[in-house]
Design a protein around this ligand. Sequence first.
Ligand code: GDP
Ligand code: MG
Length: 457
Amino acid sequence: MFFEEIKQIVSTFREAVNLFLSRIFNKGVPIAEDMTTLILIGFAIFIILLCLFVWYRQHSRSLKSKAPEELSGRKKEKRLVQLEKEHAKTLELQIKEEEKLREEKESAKLAKAEQREKELQEKIASIEEERLHQQVLQREIEKTAETVETPDEVDSFLERLRKGVIKTRTQLQDNLAEAVLGRKEINEDLLDDLEEVLIGSDIGPETTQRILDAITEKVEREELSSPQVLQSEIQLEIQKIMSKTYAVLGTAERKPLILLFVGVNGVGKTTTIGKIAAQYRQQGKKVLMGAGDTFRAAAIEQLVEWSRRADCDIIQKEPGSDPSAVMYETVQKGIDEDYDVVICDTAGRLHTKKNLMEELKKMVRVIRKLIPDAPHEILLVLDATTGQNAIFQTREFMEATDLTGLIITKLDGTSKGGVVIGIVNEFDIPVRYIGVGEQVEDLRPFDAQQFTESIFA
Ligand code: GDP
Ligand code: MG
């Protein structure tokens, strides 16, 4: 049966081949049965070979596909190692890169810091330089101050003197200028205004009248007509008043020269004695002090301190002892030990004014027992700041003793120094010294011209 079917297939095949061949060669070529069988066998072999080929291909492909798998295990390992190596290398590179970057950053930071440090150092250096410069400047200023000490001293004395009479100056200069403004002649009307100006300048009514009289006289004599020269006329008259002087005895004429200081409490007697003693010592004179203010222990100590400062000798007794006894002892020592100057301090306050004046008279008597024409100067010390009170004090002391001169202290503490003009004019007594401060050099012999100029210049 099976065989029959194959035979059938073979015959069909043969027919198909014949058909195929006839078509190709355009004529029928009958194929033998054997030939057909051979072709079939050949075909079968061909098919078998084909199958074998296909199977082989299939098998070899599976073999091939299996091999890489087997291979990849090792390769993988290798690859892994390689990858690891590469990774390590990359990592290393990365680290290196980072390190480099960090180093770069660090160095940039460092450079920045260095730059900043440099800038700071430069800043510090410039500040230090500035400080040194300031120091040098400061030193220069100090040096200048040191070198110009003398003119400065003079300036400050005049400045303080000018300050001491500022009110008098303002009144006399400004108000006078206002009064004469627009005036063509010196008439009654102008003289009335002038009186007002003078009264307001602290020089006192008597001095005002004296100046007005002098001006009126000149106007009448036709020596004066222009209101604009009134100021220089007043200045001239004031200088005349203040130029009052007396023959001051020096240490060459009298030895020892005896000076007695009087005045109420606190006006500056002890301080002024100290300053004058220091000035005489600077001239090389031998000076002795007498602590005549025995009323308070502090007053004695104060003079002892000044004697130390001025480098001179002093006679002192117990507080409460008789001041006349101190005077006697002091003058006696002055004579015995050949002193150039003997300066006596006194108390400014006793229980009553009468006591004070009696005490003064007694002291003068005691001194005169030893030296008949002594004291060679009896100086009343007045505090310029007390104003009109100074006039009252002058009157009291003038009645009690033979005052020879005035010492005006504390001109640096007032603006009404003009009051001195009135005192000098009224009591006909000269000013010997003026004080404008507490230092030795702040006390100067009175100079009428300097004083008047301080008011008008
Ligand atoms: P005394 O009581 O008359 O002996 O007066 P002091 O000599 O004790 O002086 C009284 C005060 O006045 C002290 O503090 C002095 O320093 C001060 N004094 C004295 N003279 C002057 C001066 O010319 N100007 C200033 N500002 N003070 C002065
Ligand atoms: Mg005193």
